[in-house]
Design a protein around this ligand. Structure first.
Ligand SMILES: Cc1ncc(COP(=O)(O)O)c(C=O)c1O
Length: 459
């Protein structure tokens, strides 16, 4: 029940995303008031370890004064300008150049949007525009994966492969296809090795391209390591095999690095860690540590050139957002990337990731834990009803939700993805803080185990 006026105003007027709205009316919000390092504090002074870095995004942690100063400086100099019709401003131009320097080789041209979903929507439009420019007017379908998350705008949500983001919205649109989620624990056949699983999934994608007709398939999009679909690390060799298939049929590879980018996997981009050579790369979140809304699309010159020709033929590239390439957001991004480089946060994420995953591995023996998985500084613990058979709980998500709820009482914010519990802390986290985060998790897990054993009362 709402407890103060802010809580009741919120319930009365504020529609929350990814929320059961009736449940929200009953229980009210947790109002987060301030943040410092890996911690956030609610309006009643309670401290939480933000084990998800907000939404997989606050890489440099909360309360970083350099980002506040960068924003203030830019706000006082030029708080807003656009980049339509040949206008430019220094922060967005410098950021575009910086991104091409940091990104995998060959990604030389950059377009900015406000969010990851807008970026993926823009990718779809750019790829359609590109194929139209080349006279390949049928080559428009995208292959994504079950469990993928690419955002929630109409087209991006069609690429997303999670029923929860499509049910009730008349989605997906027909240009999108979904291949099997590359999750060995859940989707491999009995006795199937990682290599054989990767072979089978690559073959499935080839069969899908052939069934649809290669002349109709434009691109394959994927997160190097899936985030919102449950932190799914693909089987060894998967990306190389998928890439070979796509190359064979002139299907572009789009790497969605909205979560993976800027150090999360212990490399600047996930493509490096997974051996992907993308034609297009999408990034956001840790680009500004989410202090400002910003996303970027990077593309190869071979994609840019036909698009540029087409813009001349049609008179302009008729695409853009009022606040895309925002000067304050791009100035904050430049400072954020400088901090990541100066403080060696990519190498730090690799080292802390190893420590976090080794520490999490100890939970593998817990009666409720089916799988512990992850890469770099991102991981998940999947809870199951039966360890031996990997059987899920009768009502998937109920136990995960209980753990998510109870964790707040232990000063911990995690994310429940069905019955998988995700960890993606700020990249500044220390070993001692990881120990404390997992101490709070252990206490919550034991409490949830007792609740499961008691028959899940009041679920
Ligand atoms: C991989 C990936 N792509 C795209 C998005 C969408 O980004 P946004 O919420 O900024 O639209 C997300 C958001 O979590 C994501 O994880």
């Amino acid at each position: 029940m709402p407890t103060n006026s802010l809580h009741s105003l919120d319930v009365a007027h504020h529609i929350h995303p990814v929320t059961n709205l009736r449940r929200h009316e009953r229980q009210g919000p947790i109002v987060i008031d301030r943040g410092e390092g890996i911690y956030v504090y609610d309006d009643e002074g309670r401290q939480y370890i933000e084990a998800m870095a907000g939404l997989w995004s606050v890489g440099v942690g909360f309360g970083e004064p350099r980002l506040v100063e960068a924003a203030a400086k830019q706000l006082s100099k030029l708080p807003y300008y656009h980049v339509f019709s040949h206008k430019a401003h220094a922060p967005s131009t410098l950021l575009a150049a910086k991104l091409t320097e940091l990104a995998p080789a060959g990604l030389t041209h950059v377009f900015f949007t406000n969010s990851g979903a807008e970026a993926n929507d823009s990718v779809i439009k750019f790829v359609w525009y590109y194929n139209n420019a080349l006279g390949r007017t049928e080559k428009k379908k995208f292959i994504s994966r079950e469990g993928a998350y690419h955002g929630i705008t109409i087209a991006a949500a069609s690429l997303t492969g999670l029923a929860g983001n499509q049910k009730g919205f008349d989605l997906p649109l027909p240009f999108a296809r979904h291949a099997t989620r590359p999750h060995h624990y859940r989707n491999a056949l009995p006795g199937e090795s990682e290599e054989a699983f990767a072979d089978r999934l690559a073959q499935e994608i080839e069969d899908l391209i052939l069934a649809e007709g290669p002349e109709t398939v434009a691109a394959f999009i994927g997160e190097p390591v899936m985030g919102a679909g449950g932190v799914i690390v693909p089987p060894k060799g998967y990306w190389q095999k998928v890439q070979a298939v796509c190359c064979k049929y002139d299907v572009l590879i789009v790497a969605d690095e909205v979560i993976n980018g800027f150090g999360r996997l212990g490399t600047m981009f996930g493509c490096e860690a997974l051996g992907i050579e993308p034609d297009i790369l999408v990034c956001s979140k840790q680009i500004t540590s989410s202090y400002q809304p910003l996303a970027a699309i990077l593309m190869k010159d071979s994609i840019y050139q036909p698009i540029a020709d087409q813009s001349e033929k049609l008179g302009m590239l008729g695409h853009g957002y009022t606040t895309g390439a925002h000067p304050v957001a791009t100035a904050v991004a430049l400072e954020n990337l400088a901090i990541i480089e100066e403080r060696g946060l990519v190498a730090r994420a690799a080292a802390m990731g190893e420590y976090m995953r080794a520490s999490l591995a100890r939970f593998a023996d817990h009666p409720l834990v089916g799988e512990v998985r992850g890469m770099g500084l991102i991981a998940a613990v999947e809870l199951v009803a039966d360890k031996a058979t990997k059987a899920r709980f009768d009502s998937v998500g109920k136990v995960g939700l209980k753990l998510f709820d109870r964790a707040h009482n232990h000063g911990l914010i995690v994310r429940a993805i069905g019955d998988s519990i995700a960890f993606c802390p700020p990249m500044i986290i220390t070993e001692a803080e990881i120990d404390e985060m997992l101490r709070r998790f252990a206490a919550t897990l034991d409490e949830v185990e007792a609740w499961v054993k008691a028959g899940m009362p009041d679920a």
